[in-house]
Design a protein around this ligand. Sequence first.
Ligand code: ZN
Length: 325
Amino acid sequence: MHQLRWHALLQQWVVVTTARQNRPQMPANWCPFDPGSGHVPDHYDVYLYPNDFPAFAPDSDPFNPDPHPALFAETGPRGACDVVLYSPEHTLPPSALSLENWGKVVDLWTERTRQHAANPDIALVAVFENCGEAVGVTMPHPHGQIYAMPFIPPTVQRELAASRQFAESNNGANLFERLFEEEVKAGVRIVAQNSDFVAFVPYAARFPAEIWIFGRRPARTLLEFTEAERKSLAEIISVIRKKYDNLYGFLMPLMMAVKQAPLRQPEAAYRFHVQFLPLQRSPTKLKYLATIETGYGTFLADTAPEQMADNLRRSEPATGPYSGS
Ligand SMILES: [Zn+2]
């Protein structure tokens, strides 16, 4: 079974894909992402690997839901899912990836986004990474993923609705721009910056050591960045990943969401940004998304965002402090 089912209470699609349960157990000491496996080229720097058990697939039924779905509505999960291999080196943590390789990863994200943008089946390109066993990743090989989704996922819909409401009550002002301007002005939560990007702990961070990266120049998707900006993005991601792994002295378990505007809503006010959502709340404690977070959607943070920004600035490579403007 492979279909989207409508969650009538939360008004969102759930991907039901039973084939994933039958994923084969990998032999120990064997990795399909390693050169010589027969599944990837013998030589590569970065590589786009089609997901063997995709949640969204080009040959699935089209996404064609009833505009007012019934209680038990379903539709097809047409889309695409790829794995992005960051390096041929099996045990290299992303924090040790060279700047050059991060640049190639960003270029690959951009190229794949460009391909999906030409496909009318795709509404949004979700670039992301799950990193660490605490996030359920058993394969140490450095990799991320790209989901080409046939609908705008609920979190982005919520951000778009917030953006619309903000514009309506603030003479058309852009919520993303105003938030970014105020974070830069305050300065206290900035963790790192370069000529094109600023990384900061958001005012109302939900996750421990959460960081957002915003571009100084507004852009909706990766497609709008210049070559120089793509290099700057790779550079600041590299700095943040090093800081994370140096914060407690081991690989930080985290989720990285590279968030782009919907491909087919040019009028919607949105701004490209990267969100890092780490799960380690102290050297020995993990943050679990338990009942209050998952059942009620309310997050508890046990470190002040300003203090966490300070800890992250001191983590190597040390940066700041930033006094704001
Ligand atoms: Zn490997």
